[in-house]
Design a binder for this molecule. Structure first.
Ligand code: PLP
Length: 466
């Protein structure tokens, strides 16, 4: 396997080129202008290495995506074989390629049984964006052009194309950006930790479903096309909804002829112990499931919209003479990405990676909960390999530390110093590892986090925040 020759790597020059020319996504320029970026140059299994040769346990699977772990030579080989055989040709106008056809059939086999049709895109945002266009087209074709509004949720994350950013409900993500507000209405997120005082989980679920019904009443079901939700909200804080929430939301959708879209960009491909969580974990039958990330384990960009037979019947009917389904991308069904995804799925199946998540996941949850005694840890939540610590100033009142305390950054920094990368998101720290962590990895990670939390708490005290 190739590795970086550090003697030849001019890390300082690369750092400079990056800082001068690469506009990074989601980057705080107050830090970037000063510090630039750390270069990650190598990877292997659960580890990544930086330009200086420092080795870290990857606690975030790249960005919730490297599900089978790093450095899988056989995925690289499958991509190289496909790229040299036939790297690219159009999938428009009755042309296709072998990996795209194979993968579509494989996804239909893995998905809930009524989802048998695949529309490819290049990532999660594009999958969500393409989905909404297709949903609008679907209702137009059914003679219901007024059915346009999409209901999403506060704190949802669905990506950053114009439309996906509008679906996204994390307010700070859209600071000073525009959104297409006439298309989307946001409901409350399902946040059990911060639910109204004195409400049981069941009452909270009733409350959220009632809000949904009232919103439909207000807007009119005849104007609403779909409800979109992540089975567990990811970037918005790894929020696990109250028991039964998704099934009840779907029942309301059914009763009002509103499509139910599951954004499984994070929860898909094993993170919760199944290829898809919607049916296996949450007992829902979405009309559409979107996936990306773990679909190719991040080895190549790829997204997919899995569409029901019922919807396909409408999309697949010629609209008019000379009319085509005029949507899609140059790279829809890219052969190299699809070859990567096929090999990735083969590995997940062959190595029993979903089973590993079902076995090690509850242990990860249990061990992370042992960190609750730390002063700032208000909540440890999530499921299986999708976990989060919420940090607070006061556990009783759940009051947050001031933004400038940068509590999430401090903890992530202390963890990184000790050889573990976790993700800070404001006052949260997210743990979303490759799905090949073992119990032994969990023990090492929790020991590092224990030390990191102690060190971060001491520095917060020193700076007068606690
Ligand atoms: N949907 C969810 C649930 C996500 O978490 C993300 C990315 O984190 C996206 C969509 C957007 O995917 P991408 O960044 O590949 O466009």
């Amino acid at each position: 396997r190739p590795t970086t020759d550090r003697a030849k790597l001019d890390a300082k020059a690369l750092w400079r080129k990056d800082k001068d020319h690469f506009i990074h996504p989601f980057t705080d320029f107050s830090v970037f202008h000063d510090q630039g970026c750390d270069l990650i140059t190598d990877s292997d299994g659960i580890y990544v290495e930086d330009a200086k040769g420092n080795r870290f346990i990857d606690g975030i699977a790249g960005l919730w995506c490297v599900n089978v772990g790093h450095g899988r030579a056989e995925i690289g080989q499958a991509m190289a074989d496909q790229a040299t055989r036939m790297a690219y040709f159009s999938t428009f106008n009755n042309l296709s390629n072998a990996p795209a056809a194979e993968l579509a059939a494989k996804l239909a086999e893995l998905a809930p049984e009524h989802l048998n049709h695949v529309f490819y895109s290049c990532g999660g945002s594009a999958a969500n964006d393409a989905t909404i266009r297709l949903v609008h087209y679907y209702f137009n074709r059914l003679g219901k052009p007024e059915k346009k509004r999409i209901l999403s949720r506060n704190n949802a994350y669905h990506g950053t194309t114009y439309l996906a950013a509008t679906l996204t409900g994390i307010a700070s993500n859209n600071w000073d950006f525009d959104t297409l507000d006439h298309l989307v209405t946001h409901l409350s997120e399902a946040n059990c930790y911060r639910r109204p005082e004195g409400m049981s989980e069941t009452e909270y679920c009733d409350h959220l479903v009632a809000e949904f019904e009232e919103t439909i009443e207000r807007i009119g079901a005849e104007n609403i096309a779909a409800f979109i939700a992540e089975p567990i909200m990811g970037a918005g804080g790894v929020l696990v909804a109250p028991r039964g929430y998704h099934a009840r939301m779907q029942a309301v959708c059914r009763a009002n002829n509103i499509l139910f879209i599951a954004d499984e960009v994070v929860t898909g491909f094993g993170r919760l112990g199944h290829f898809f969580a919607s049916e296996a974990v949450f007992e829902t039958r979405p009309d559409i499931i979107n996936c990306a990330k773990g679909l190719s384990s991040g080895y190549a960009p790829l997204g997919a919209t899995l569409i029901s037979d019922e919807i396909y019947e409408v999309l697949g009917t010629p609209q008019r003479k000379g009319g085509v389904l005029s949507t899609g991308f140059t790279y829809s069904g890219h052969p190299v990405s699809c070859a990567a995804a096929l090999k990735n799925i083969e590995i997940i199946e062959r190595e029993g990676i979903c089973k590993n998540v079902r076995e090690v996941g509850p242990y990860l949850e249990e061990q992370l909960r042992t960190l609750s005694h730390h002063t700032t840890v208000g909540d440890v939540r999530g499921s299986h390999f999708m976990m989060c610590l919420e940090n607070v100033a006061d556990k009783a009142t759940k009051e947050l530390l001031p933004v400038e305390a940068r509590v999430g950054d401090r903890i992530a920094f202390e963890a990184q110093k000790r050889g573990l990368i976790i993700r800070p998101v404001g006052h949260l720290n997210i743990v979303s590892p490759p799905l090949i962590w073992t119990r032994e990895t969990v023990d090492r990670v929790v020991a590092i986090l224990d030390e990191a939390l102690t060190a971060a708490t001491a520095s917060l005290r020193e700076d007068g925040y606690l």
